[in-house]
Design a protein around this ligand. Structure first.
Ligand code: HEC
Ligand code: HEC
Length: 222
């Protein structure tokens, strides 16, 4: 059985199409807030028919996200992150942080509140299965310098290919403006998840030329 997108989510879709701010629907958010998304993801992955049905649901949800995150989660806007190929656990954690207000972005918070738990799990199945489109560097000299920085400072956690793992974000091919924004947040956060992250000491010890170089390299990683 193919699931349809929920009424709340359809309303959010219409709101975006009309470029109106998304009005969160608190009652619905409460109804799905207690669902353990990680447990639901595991349950779905163990049931191929259900997985296929939620994957298709996720692809329909992605028709809304495409306006900003691009086709198949490959963003065309340097300030908006790719979602393609991102680790399922990392995506779910970001949804949780937006939903609890620990990660602030007015638009994304409204968007997430309008999605029910199966739309969230379906979206994660869809995006994690997409491939990041490789973009060769526009500044190979800078990217080459950034490769050395990456190997020293980032590789131990994010891996040789920048794909991360269940706990660590995939960053290969990520958009440069978004990387800059996130790294600056890790550098300046006073409290909350970014201030407490395992990578915060590394990023705070880096100088500006190394930061620029590592961003150029990560953006060009295949
Ligand atoms: C109007 C533009 C817009 C739309 C539409 C949109 N997003 Fe976003 N999204 C953003 C921006 C901007 C960010 C970065 C927020 C920040 O700076 O923290 C983001 C961040 C995210 C992140 C965190 C990514 C990361 O690497 O940490 C996820 C997950 C996400 N969006 C999912 C979705 C989903 C799913 C949809 C569709 C249901 C969607 N977004 C629709 C603009 C949008
Ligand atoms: C000690 C392990 C560790 C090191 C070293 C590390 N990271 Fe991370 N990074 C993480 C983890 C774990 C996350 C997931 C979010 C969190 O827990 O902060 C992450 C998240 C990120 C994100 C956010 C991704 C997104 O889509 O929002 C970026 C960007 C990033 N890392 C870049 C880097 C860069 C660049 C370096 C090297 C200069 C680096 N990291 C070094 C562990 C690490």
């Amino acid at each position: 059985m193919v699931k349809r997108v929920s009424v709340a989510f359809s309303a959010a879709l219409l709101a975006i199409c009309a470029l109106q701010p998304v009005v969160a629907q608190p009652s619905r958010a409460r109804a799905t807030a207690d669902v353990d998304l990680s447990a639901r993801l595991k349950e779905v992955q163990a049931n191929p028919a259900l997985e296929e049905s939620l994957f298709k649901l996720g692809r329909r949800v992605a028709a809304v996200c495409i306006h900003c995150h691009g086709e198949g989660g490959n963003s065309l806007n340097p300030d908006i992150p790719n979602l393609a190929g991102q680790n399922p656990a990392y995506l779910l954690e970001q949804l949780r942080l937006f939903a609890t207000g620990q990660r602030r972005n007015e638009f994304m918070e409204g968007m997430i509140k309008s999605m029910n738990s199966d739309e969230k799990v379906g979206m994660v199945l869809f995006y994690s299965a997409q491939k990041v489109v490789h973009k060769p560097s526009t500044n190979p000299t800078l990217a080459e310098k950034g490769k050395a920085v990456y190997q020293q400072q980032c590789l131990a956690c994010h891996g040789a290919n920048g794909l991360g793992n269940e706990k660590i974000a995939g960053i290969a091919g990520q958009q440069p403006g978004y990387l800059r924004k996130m790294l600056d947040r890790y550098r300046t956060a006073q409290s909350g998840p970014l201030a407490q992250s395992v990578m915060t000491p590394t990023v705070r010890s880096m100088n500006e030329p190394d930061l620029q170089a590592v961003i150029a390299f990560i953006n060009s990683m295949p």
